[in-house]
Design a protein around this ligand. Sequence first.
Ligand code: PRX
Length: 620
Amino acid sequence: MERYGIKDYDELLQRGRDDPEWFWDELARELEWFQPYKKVLKWDPPHAEWFVEGKFNIVHNALDRHVGSWRKNKVAYIWEGELGQVKKLTYHDLYRKVNQMANALRGLGVGRGDRVAIYLPMILELPIAMLACAKIGAVHSVVFSGFWAKAFRERANDAQVKVAITVDGFYRRGKVIPLKENVDQVLDDIPSLEKLIVVRHAECPVEMKTGRDLWWDDVTQGQETVSPTEVMDAEDPLFILYTSGTTGKPKGVLHVHGGYAVGIYTTLKLVFDLKDEDIWWCAADIGWITGHSYIVYAPLLMGATSVMYEGAPDYPEADRLWQIIEEYGVNVFYTAPTTIRLFMKYGEKWPQKHDLTSLRILGSVGEPINPEAWIWYHKHIGNRQCPIMDTWWQTETGMHLITPLPITSLKPGSTVKPFPTIQADVVDDEGKSVREGGGHLVIKTPWPAMFRTLYQDPERYVDAYWSKFPRMYLSGDVARVDEEGYFWIQGREDDVLNVAGHRISTAEVESALVSYDSVAEAAVVGKPDPVKGEEICSFIILKEDFKPSPRMKHHLREHVRQEIGPVASPACVNFVKDLPKTRSGKIMRRVIKAKVKGDDVGDISTLANPEAVDELDNAV
Ligand code: PRX
C-alpha cells in the first residue's frame, strides 16, 4: 500500500473496485511468464479469460524459479506422519522428486491435456504427483482419500483418466486404511485407465496386477532429476476437482494455470501476510480445494515453508495440533470451525500445555464460524493477539473472495468484506441488492482464479451458476450484509450439506441409499450438530418384505460408506412408512428439515399426504 500511496483499507478496496485490471496486473508481474500476456482480462460473461495469450506454467513459478534463487535449500514441506515420523523436503529436494515423477509419467505416455487421477492421503507423494502432472501439462484430478472406491470410479470415468496414482494404505487413528485393496474393486470398470502407480507407505500387503500396476519407487528410480517444464497457455487446464452439486452427479470444477496461480498467490500473500521466515500450516486435506490452493500451490508460489500432517487432529491425544504448532513454531495457522469446535469440547487445558506464542495470524474456512468458537480460537489459541481471517470461498472460486485482511477490524462470525476488486452482493429473488434480512450471495465481477467451466459439461456451468441472474455468479449460499458492509454467511441455500467442512450432496447420498436392495425411497437432510455444523440425517422407506432393525441401519450406513465414503455415511437412519410429498410426487425436503430442526413446518397445504408429517414426528 505504501508503494502505491494507498493510505488505508477503504482506499485499497476503492482502488481495487475502480481498476481491477491494474490490481491484478501488478500482482501477476510478481510471477514469471514465459511470454507476457497481451491483456489482463477478456470478459464475455459468463466466460472469462485472464492474462490473455500469456505463456506460463504454475510449476515454473512454484519450483523451478526458487531452485535458481536463494530459496533452493529452504524447506518447502515439513511433513509429520500420524505415527510421529518427520520428513523435511527442501525446494531443491522437491524439485528433483517432481522432475523424476514428471519423467516417469512422460515415459508412460502421459502428455499435455491427459488426465491423471490421484487418490492419495496426506503424504508427500501427493503434492509431488500434482506438481509432476502440472509440469508436463497433464491435468490432475485428485480424489479425496476419504471417498471410497465407487466414488473414485465415477470421478475417474468422468475425467477419462489414463493413469491413476494411489497408495498401499495409510494411517488414520492408528489403523491402516487399505486404499489399494479398496480401489482394486473398481479398476476394471475404468476403461480409459492404462496404468496404476502405487506408493508404498503403510507396508500393507497388496496385489499388483502385471502389466497395469507399478510401484512408485520403480517408476521414479533412475529417472533424471531434471525435466523440462511445458510452456502452457495461461488458460490451459491445470486440474479438475470434483465437488458436490444439487444433483447426484458431482461437478468437475476446472481450473487453469495462469489466473489460478495469480489469484491464490495474491490471497495467501495479502490475507495471511505470509513472510519468507514464516512457518505456514494449513491443516486441511489436499483432497479438497483448500489443500490444492493453500497447501500445495500458493505456499510454493510464495516460496514458503509449510507443515503438512498426515493424520487425525486429535490422535493420539487431544493436543496433537497444538503440539505440532509448538514443535515447528508455526506462525500462521489455518483450519476449519469444526476442528475448533471439536477442541472446544476437549477444553483449554490441552492448548495450555503448549507454547503457542509463535502464532501471529489465524484462519478459518469451510463453514460459518459461530461467535463462541471464534472467541475461543482467539483467546485460547491466538492468546488474544492473533487476528482471525475468516475466509469465504469455494471449490469454484479457487481463491478467497470474501475475507478480512490483517489490517481490517473484525467481528466474530463475519467474513468481513470482499477481497480487493471483488464485487460481492446479497440479492433478492429479482436480483436486487438487499440490506435487510438474508438473500442470495452473488459475485458480480470476474476474478482470476475463477473456475473456467465444468469438465465435459459447459451447459451445467452456465445453468447452475450464471442463469438465475444474468452476469452474476450464484454461489449457492445465503448471506446478509450489515450496516457497515460486513458479510455474514449463513450457509447453503440448496440441497448441499456441509458436514465438518465437507461438501456433500443430499442427492448423492440418497441415490447411494436407494441403490441398496431393501430401500424403496430415501430422503436426506442436514441436522444441526454442535461440532460438525451439520450431520447427515436420513429417512428411509423400506420395500415390502423388509423390516426395520438396528442391523438394517448398520448395513445402510456401511453401504453408503462403500458407495461414497466414510464422510457421507448418515449419522442417523430413520425408518418411515411415508415421506411428505407434493401432489406431483416430489419429496418436500423443506418439511423434513423443519421437523429435524424442531422448527415450525410452515405451510403444508400443497402436501399430497399431510399424515406423513406425523410419521416424521415419531421417527424424529
Ligand atoms: O457454504 C460455503 C462454505 O463452504 C462452501 C464451499 O465448499 P467447498 O467448495 O467444499 O469449499 C470449501 C473451502 C473453501 C461454501 O459455499 N464456506 C466456505 N468458507 C466459508 C463457508 N461458509 C461460511 N464461512 C466461510 N468462511
